[in-house]
Design a protein around this ligand. Structure first.
Ligand SMILES: [Zn+2]
Length: 480
């Protein structure tokens, strides 16, 4: 047994954990909260009245649960509202297909030749080269297997960037899960700016039919796309913040966050209504512990506007730049609380030294979690990670459905009926115990990374490209 292990066991009073577990296990509070969030408040689309009501709901709950410094922090950005979208194959045969605009697609009408880019990965665009210019690209929306977000496989926004760089006129994303579900996903620029080209999402079935019909024409096919929608540049949404003060090192912060906004076409129950309710439940039980249980300040941030470009987390890190140096660890709960529970995994953001630490936590707490290390840029941990703050994402893949990628997420089927009491309880339990330990532990091994080291890491992973284009490269390493 090493020194780290001994000192950690001493720093945690098991009676606190028993209290947390008992509190969580004997109520369906997060499930009822999620039901109200989905059925009464709605989709919480960035910039909508529903999102504002979602924020008010969370603020009222944090106050009710006894958190301190509970507040709404304004986040200005450009909002987008959905309009019509149509998709027609005009040659070799004429046929219409249903589709939806991807959020922040510019409005307009195009007719052009169709080009199949398969998975739409970097290799596919490299292989096709100049053939893409002036055409409408059709590509798989998700290439990742269920629950996996691999750095080797491109995200929707990367695929769009490949298409724009190759001179494409428009883009069709095809859902990889059957069920006539249209796939969505934001494609806007920083702060909510329109995308460079028109893009729509369609179902697996429509996508496959389009591809088969196109092959009948010997690979030569044309499509016509029309997209509406409107932009309002001067919108304000709100991050919801609350704290449980630390009683030993109050200035040091352990931050837990989840986004509460969702996609407009669904109830956004699992992405990320569930994660927001897990955060809320962890806040409830931790705030009820005796003050001396909380070593360092635990701050909860429920982010607005994640689905349209991590707007809430970019804003929170920028507005609190001086405090970023005091953040010991950031835990992102995007994807927590889905499914039936017991599938919790922790993905650390490019900090291999934290893998054994969290494996130790998993063993000591007798709750098995898969711990891996892989930095990606596509959720609210990223603005913290580029500033050198150790971060990880706790998520609960839904293993009850054999779906690829985001599963029900980003489709009309992301609804409350997929959530379970047990799934929310188990993720909340894992989250609360982890936060309690990281806030209490005197030997946390995660130290802040320096600018040069971070820039090298981001460049190696090709995450530098989007940061440079959005003017955020100077934020790497933080300014504090
Ligand atoms: Zn999400």
């Amino acid at each position: 047994m090493n020194e780290t292990r001994c000192s950690r066991v001493e720093s945690i009073d098991l009676s606190y954990e028993k209290h947390l577990i008992g509190e969580i296990w004997t109520t369906d509070e997060p499930y009822r909260n999620l039901e109200e969030f989905c059925d009464v408040i709605g989709a919480r689309w960035a910039g909508s009245e529903s999102e504002r009501r979602g924020g008010e709901f969370l603020k009222a709950k944090l106050e009710q649960y006894g958190l301190q410094n509970v507040r709404l922090e304004p986040v200005p950005f450009g909002a987008w509202t959905r309009g019509h979208a149509t998709l027609e194959l005009t040659a070799p045969v004429a046929q219409s297909f249903s589709c939806i605009a991807l959020p922040y697609s510019p409005p307009g009408d195009i007719e052009a030749e169709l080009i199949d880019t398969g998975n739409g990965e970097a290799d596919d665009f490299e292989r096709l080269g100049e053939a893409v210019r002036g055409k409408v690209v059709i590509a798989a929306a998700e290439t990742n297997p269920a629950g996996v977000r691999s750095k080797k496989l491109a995200h929707r926004t990367d695929k769009l960037r490949f298409a724009v760089d190759a001179g494409a006129a428009g883009m069709i994303f095809v859902n990889q899960n059957p069920g006539l579900l249209h796939i969505t996903g934001g494609i806007g620029g920083p702060g909510g700016r329109p995308a460079a080209i028109i893009a729509v999402g369609t179902s697996w079935e429509h996508g496959q039919t389009i591809l088969r019909l196109a092959r009948r024409g010997g690979g030569s096919a044309r499509v016509k796309i029309s997209v509406g929608g409107s932009f309002s540049p001067d919108n304000t949404s709100f991050n919801v913040v609350g704290e449980i003060p630390g009683t030993r090192s109050a200035d040091e912060i352990v931050l837990a966050g989840a986004h509460y906004d969702g996609h407009d076409i669904s109830q956004a129950a699992l992405d990320d209504g569930a994660g927001a309710m897990v955060a809320l439940e962890a806040a409830r039980v931790l705030a009820a512990l005796p003050p001396e249980a909380i070593g360092r300040t635990i701050r909860f941030v429920l982010y607005c506007g994640e689905e349209v470009g991590l707007l809430g987390s970019w804003a929170h890190t920028a507005d609190h730049e001086a405090e970023n140096a005091d953040i010991r660890f950031m835990l992102n709960l995007d994807g927590a609380g889905r499914g039936k529970g017991g599938t919790e995994s922790l993905v650390i953001s490019g900090r291999p030294e934290l893998v054994p630490y969290f494996e130790g936590h998993s063993q000591r707490s007798h709750y098995r979690m898969k711990i891996t290390d892989e930095l990606n840029s596509h959720s609210d941990h990223f603005p913290y990670a580029i500033r050198g703050i150790p971060t990880a994402t706790l998520s609960s893949p839904d293993d009850s459905a054999t779906l690829v990628g985001r599963g029900w997420g980003h489709t009309e089927a992301d609804t409350f009926d997929k959530a379970t009491v047990r799934g929310l309880q188990m993720a909340a339990m894992a989250t609360a115990r982890l936060l309690l330990e990281v806030a209490a532990d005197d030997v946390f091994p995660g130290v802040r990374m320096g600018r040069e080291e971070l820039q090298a890491q981001l460049t190696e992973l090709e995450l530098d490209i989007a940061l440079k284009r959005s003017g955020r490269w100077d934020l790497v390493g933080g300014t504090a």
